[in-house]
Design a binder for this molecule. Structure first.
Ligand code: GLP
Length: 248
């Protein structure tokens, strides 16, 4: 695992975008695993800028997102389908038919099976990740078996609370989601975790220090051979100098 410290949110985004541009530069039909939430916003905005400046094209690229809330239609303001269109897909030259986000409005069992088939068909070259305050990846909450594939999740109260800032009220935050499992996250050739803010410092420290276990899903990233973490100083402020050196 390689840890890169960036000055601020924007710098995290620019470095992460650079990684995407390199991957697409080598393989124009690369398969990208994408994430939602606040953390990847600066990455998407740097990618949109790079596209506008002619530095990258998404014409042949395919994308598979990590997760979606259950019960929100694609057009719902809080759906991850809509998030992806507003922050990336509608702003670059990607073909919408090459973008995939788990479906939150059909029978979850069918949605999960369909998504697993897509994951098998299109192996991911580069997977972007954020980390939840409790160490979750995608919506894989603590306790989720690492062997699980796409599945229905009951969101923890912590996660609903953390994500409530984006909804009108806590009651509006869905109680369930469909998420890609840790098994498939680990199958990506390369993983890129973007982290910013003090509220993530504890999760980052646990990811690096705790035993690798389902109690803190992000610890599993230490098992993957190609992981880059790009973080701002606030997200790293619980780490010792020695730890920062060790993961350099
Ligand atoms: C959500 C998403 C995750 C994301 C996490 C952190 O629960 N499902 O994929 O990494 O929250 O979100 P944020 O970046 O907004 O802190």
């Amino acid at each position: 695992m390689k840890l890169i410290q960036a000055q601020n949110d924007q710098a995290v985004g620019e470095l992460a975008a650079q990684k995407f541009i390199e991957v697409i530069g080598k393989k124009k039909d690369a398969v990208l695993g994408l994430a939602t939430g606040t953390s990847p916003l600066s990455t998407y905005s740097a990618l949109v800028n790079a596209y506008r400046n002619g530095k990258v094209s998404f014409r042949e690229v395919r994308t598979l997102n990590l997760d979606e809330y259950v019960g929100l239609t694609e057009d719902d303001e809080q759906s991850y389908h809509r998030f992806m269109r507003e922050n990336l897909f509608d702003l670059v030259d990607i073909k919408l038919e090459n973008t995939h986000v788990p479906c939150g409005t059909i029978n979850p069992e069918i949605a999960c099976k369909e998504y697993d088939a897509l994951l098998d068909r299109y192996p991911i070259d580069l997977q972007l990740l954020g980390i939840g305050g409790n160490g979750h990846l995608g919506f894989n909450e603590p306790g989720t078996p690492f062997t699980q594939r796409t599945h229905l999740v009951n969101l923890t109260e912590k996660t609903r609370h953390d994500n409530a800032r984006l909804f009108a009220s806590l009651d509006d935050v869905p109680k369930q989601a469909v998420t890609t499992g840790i098994y498939d996250i680990l199958r990506a050739k390369e993983l890129l975790l973007v982290v910013m803010g003090e509220n993530k410092a504890e999760a980052v420290a646990k990811m690096l220090r705790d035993p690798i276990s389902e109690d803190c899903p992000a610890t599993v990233l230490r098992d993957h051979p190609h992981v880059t973490v790009i973080a701002d100083a606030a997200a790293l402020n619980l780490l010792t100098k020695q730890e920062l050196e060790e993961f350099k």
